[in-house]
Design a binder for this molecule. Structure first.
Ligand code: PEP
Length: 250
């Protein structure tokens, strides 16, 4: 039985004051969340503040990106060891905004996933098709290509300690959510792909849905057999909405 995970992706939002209020709000309500793991992925600069605020609570935290390198002359980057130093459990890799605006390729994302995993972080590995790709009917080809980049280079074992987030790009930040049926179809396809390599990993891996998940659609999405929680962007910036999504998970 997979325990669902709901993870917030704050993206590039927040201030010292707003992060303080958000953390307090989440902590005040997280006791209502019974059978779902909860995490927030904060901008790197706020991670120490998040650690100080959430330490000892039921909420884990993580980064939104990491370097493939361990240390050295890589201006602006954050190493896995630095995230670990500040208590991070998770790190998002391959978010579509990084693929689109920072040119991250399937291969680089695979390398980041491995760097995270090797260091002891749990990668939240984002995959998903654009609207154009969905309309061309190649959604399955796209997600298979993104997953194969990891499996071909690092083996299915690299996924055994990871979380996958299926995020159709056309649903991210658009208010346009995949229907539970559309999402379930792709989630089942993804689990099937992993099962071809390892039935054990496929049975255990969490596959989150991301893309305009909100309090009013979360329960229906998470009720689907292969949807094991959510990666939440916009709605994770408001404690009451984020908590409502977390409680929808169980
Ligand atoms: C995301 O950024 O991962 C995301 C799912 O965003 P939103 O919930 O705002 O669509």
């Amino acid at each position: 039985m997979r325990k669902p995970l709901v993870a917030g992706n704050w993206k590039m939002n927040g201030s010292i004051d707003s992060v303080k209020a958000l953390i307090e709000g989440i902590k005040a309500g997280v006791g209502e969340v019974k059978n779902t793991s909860v995490a927030v992925c904060a901008p790197a600069i706020f991670i120490p503040q998040v650690q100080a605020g959430l330490q000892g609570s039921a909420v884990a935290w993580g980064g939104q990106d990491l370097s493939v390198h361990a240390s050295g002359a890589y201006t602006g980057e954050t190493a896995a060891s630095m995230l670990l130093d500040f208590g991070c459990k998770y790190v998002i890799v391959g978010h579509s905004e990084r693929r689109t605006y920072h040119g991250e390729t399937d291969e680089l994302v695979a390398d980041k996933l491995e760097a995270a995993r090797e260091a002891g972080l749990v990668p939240i590995f984002c995959i998903g098709e654009t609207l154009d790709e969905r309309e061309q009917g190649i959604t399955e080809q796209v997600v298979a290509r993104q997953i194969s980049a990891v499996i071909n280079k690092y083996g299915v074992a690299a996924l055994s300690d990871s979380v996958i987030a299926y995020e159709p790009v056309w649903a991210i930040g658009t208010g346009r959510t995949a229907s539970p049926e559309q999402a379930q179809e792709v989630h089942a396809f993804i689990r099937g792909l992993v099962a071809k390599e390892s039935i054990e990993v496929a049975g255990r891996i969490l596959i989150l849905y991301g893309g305009s998940m909100k309090p009013d659609n979360a329960a229906e999405l998470m009720a689907k057999p292969d949807i094991d929680g959510g990666l939440i962007g916009g709605a994770s910036l408001k404690a009451s909405d984020f908590l409502a999504i977390c409680t929808a998970g169980g």
